[in-house]
Write a protein that binds this ligand. Structure first.
Ligand code: GLY
Length: 373
């Protein structure tokens, strides 16, 4: 008889053949048949004793009934529902999730499924991979932002001390299921927010995709044709550098300034920027920084800013102080000690990383976008 491990490998590769992508050998089902493939995936997998579904208040109502049909019939299923929104990406919510996993008696052979946007997948991956030193988890992203970016690539974490993603770890979902059916109920603001990561992927690595987006934008009608192309950028970059020692940092283009703006807005504004609104503005401001460092031509940077402005609005910082934003920028994980390092475009479809940017230049640019001195 063949050893169990060999049979397991065979099964695994059969599952993998149906997947659009593999990340660290683990399937990513993506497209209109993704939920169907997910339903089939369970058949070849050792049956868990218990499946825990982590949802937020929106996905529990709008997405859960669809997902249920893709789960095995004879397994115990429980739900953990957290409030919708960025505030849930916290140690307090994570503690509640750990408490509920403990109360439910979840063990190492059980599975947590995160059903939601980036907040739910980041938190779910973090809670699962720290509970009992790690239980298996599956991501089922339900927003454009999570399908294009957050649910791919193995980054999991929470915000801490106001700073985005301050605490976290790398761990890859056993399976990722990106079915556009979930986008049918996505509010327009969430759609626009997610499209920031789509534009970012084009700008850092796919000039032809940028041309398409420039002409058509990122709309519900164009997405089915573009989804795999958008995801391929992320999956290829992560494949080359899964633990962000080098090239993966390009995925952070727009995020040094964007995260600062998002953190400041979360603390200060009654209606804070969504992640994508902050990243859209962050990309415009970082494009300007790239121009001033002669990384990019004036013509290309003007074009990038014009298109981003059309989609995300003006990067108007009048409401913010340059020094307050600078405090958040100093906390960015890409920095090297006291030196601020950014990922900056060197052209459309090309990006450099670990570029040192002096604080004086950052402050000047922030003020030129209206921030108070
Ligand atoms: N969202 C950036 C990354 O996954 O590396």
């Amino acid at each position: 008889m063949l050893p169990k491990t060999f049979l397991d490998t065979m099964k695994h590769s059969m599952q993998a053949q149906q997947a659009e992508f593999l990340q660290q050998g683990k399937p990513v089902f993506s497209g209109p048949a993704a939920l169907e493939h997910f339903a089939g995936w369970w058949k070849d997998r050792e049956k868990p004793g218990h499946i825990v579904l982590l949802c937020d208040t929106n996905t529990a109502s709008f997405c859960l009934p669809r997902l249920m049909k893709a789960l095995p019939a004879d397994v115990r299923i429980s739900e953990i529902v957290i409030p919708q929104g960025e505030k849930s990406k916290s140690i307090a919510t994570c503690q509640q999730v750990w408490e509920q996993l403990t109360r439910l008696g979840i063990g190492r052979k059980d599975v947590l499924i995160s059903l939601g946007g980036g907040v739910v997948t980041d938190l779910g991956g973090f809670a699962a991979s720290t509970y009992l030193r790690g239980i298996s988890f599956v991501h089922v992203p339900t927003t454009l932002m999570a399908m294009a970016d957050a649910a791919l690539g193995g980054k999991n974490g929470i915000d801490f001390g106001g700073a985005k993603n301050r605490v976290g770890l790398f761990a890859f979902a056993e399976c990722t299921v990106c079915d556009p059916v979930f986008l049918e109920t996505l509010p327009a603001q969430e759609w626009r927010s997610g499209s920031a990561e789509v534009f970012k992927h084009a700008l850092i690595a796919d000039a032809d995709l940028w041309k398409i987006l420039e002409e058509q934008g990122c709309t519900a009608s164009s997405l089915p044709d573009l989804l795999h192309r958008i995801q391929r950028v992320k999956i290829d970059v992560v494949h080359r550098d899964p633990y962000e020692r080098g090239v993966r940092k390009i995925l952070n283009f727009g995020h040094s300034i964007g995260h600062a703006l998002e953190s400041e807005s979360l603390e200060k504004d009654r209606v804070p920027f969504t992640h994508g609104e902050a990243i859209g503005r962050g990309m415009m401001i970082e494009t300007e920084i790239g121009l001033r460092l002669a990384k990019m031509s004036a013509e290309e940077s003007a074009m990038v800013c014009r298109v981003l402005e059309q989609h995300f609005g003006k990067a108007d910082l009048r409401h913010y102080s340059a020094e307050a934003l600078m405090k958040w920028i100093r906390l960015d994980k890409k920095n090297d000690g006291a030196r601020v390092r950014m990922s900056l475009l060197t052209g459309i479809g090309r990006c450099d990383w670990d570029v040192e940017v002096k604080e004086q230049l950052i402050l000047e640019v922030l003020m030129d976008f209206g921030a108070a001195a």
